[in-house]
Structure formats: structure tokens, C-alpha cells
Design a protein around this ligand. Sequence first.
Ligand code: ADP
Length: 221
Amino acid sequence: MAKHKKQFAIIGLGRFGSSVAKFLSEMGYEVLAIDDNAERVQDLVNVVTHAVSADSTDEEAMRALGIRNFDVVVVAIGENIQASILTTLILKDLGVGKIIVKAQNELHGKVLNKIGADKVVFPERDMGLRVAHHLISPNIMEHIELSSDYSIVEMTAPSAMRGKNLRQLDIRAKYQCNVLAVKRDGEMNISFPADEPLCRDDVLVIVGRNEQLTRLEQVYA
Ligand code: ADP
């Protein structure tokens, strides 16, 4: 039996919602894009499977669109916190399986969690953190928070690491962080030899506690 391909609905077609919708469509998924602003809907008509103009705080309108049949609904309403909360409540009531909501701030996020959003995302905050990490240590290419305590960073081998191997650097003992992989010439090596000297442009993928990663970033900044 053919595997059911996930179907997505995206509500709110601002910068965040429209890029989620476009990417999913490019990846070949069926996407219903919804916004109460007809111009925003028009911009996506030729990109996604269906684009409709509707107010997501209107329960009947959401029911008529068959919103509960979608596997995942993303609520990407930015400024209007009230509309975002009401929409989430309605989707919950209608029995949507998985609801992902973009939060404007921590308090908004708390409310969304309380009313049953399955996942709350903070794109501006997360991107701000990434940029800040990169500013503190330009070697940090990527910073992904795994939880409030742990992260994964991608770090270009700083000059102080070059010519040394992982055994000599002893990052695990010194910083209680683990080097998961080394990216060299675009190839990810998840079992990089401990005695292989690091070169310029090598990228280390490191997991650890946030404070230990920060210490590592500062020492090698
Ligand atoms: P971003 O910060 O991602 O650009 P915006 O706040 O600019 O987000 O965009 C949010 C979108 O959500 C807007 O296009 C707006 O028209 C839409 N929107 C707001 N309220 C509703 C609603 N009740 N129903 C449908 N769409 C809505």
C-alpha cells in the first residue's frame, strides 16, 4: 500500500508562513495556504496546491475547509496574538492532529502550550540567538538548541585547532562536549579519525551543555 503523504495547512502567509508553505510545496507535499488578506493568498496561488482567503478565527469557515483532515496545521499569524490564540483553540476543538504555532514572545508561547499546541516555535528569537552566537564567535556557523540546556554547534576549526588532532584537543575531557562529526570538503564524516590533524575549513559538529559550549566558543574565539 502506498504510504500516505502528509498534508499540510498553513494559516497566515507572512514571511514565516509563506516560506514554510513554499518549501513544503517544493518538496512535493500537498499544501493548503490560508490568509484573510487576499493579496497574500494571490501571491501563493501558483505555488501551493490550494490557496484560499479565509479568517481562521471563524470556526465555520475552518470546518468548511476540512481543516481537521490535514495531518499538520501551522499557525503562522504574527502580530495578532489574539487571532493566533483563537485559531489554535478552534483547531484543537475541531480535532486537528498536530498543531504547530509561531509565538511572538514567551508569554504567548506559554498560553499556546496551555491550550494544547503540539509545538510552539520562536523563529525570531532562535534566529537572533544564532546571529548573536556567530557575532561572539565568528567560527560558529550554526547553533541548534536541543533543549534549554543542550545545543549542537557547527564550528569552523579555529586557527588554534589547526594542525592538531581530536585526541590532542581532548574536547571531551576539557569541555565535556562531544565532537559528533567533522565536515571536510563538503563531506560529513561521523567517525573522523582521532589522530587526523584538523585543517583550515574543517567544520566540527559538537554537542554539549550550553555553558560548556559557550566556554569552548570563547576560548577559541
Ligand atoms: P511574519 O512576521 O511571519 O511576516 P505577519 O504578522 O506579517 O507575519 O503575517 C501574518 C499573516 O497572518 C498576515 O498575512 C495576516 O494577514 C495573516 N492573518 C492574521 N490574522 C489572520 C486571521 N484571523 N485569519 C487568517 N489570516 C490571518
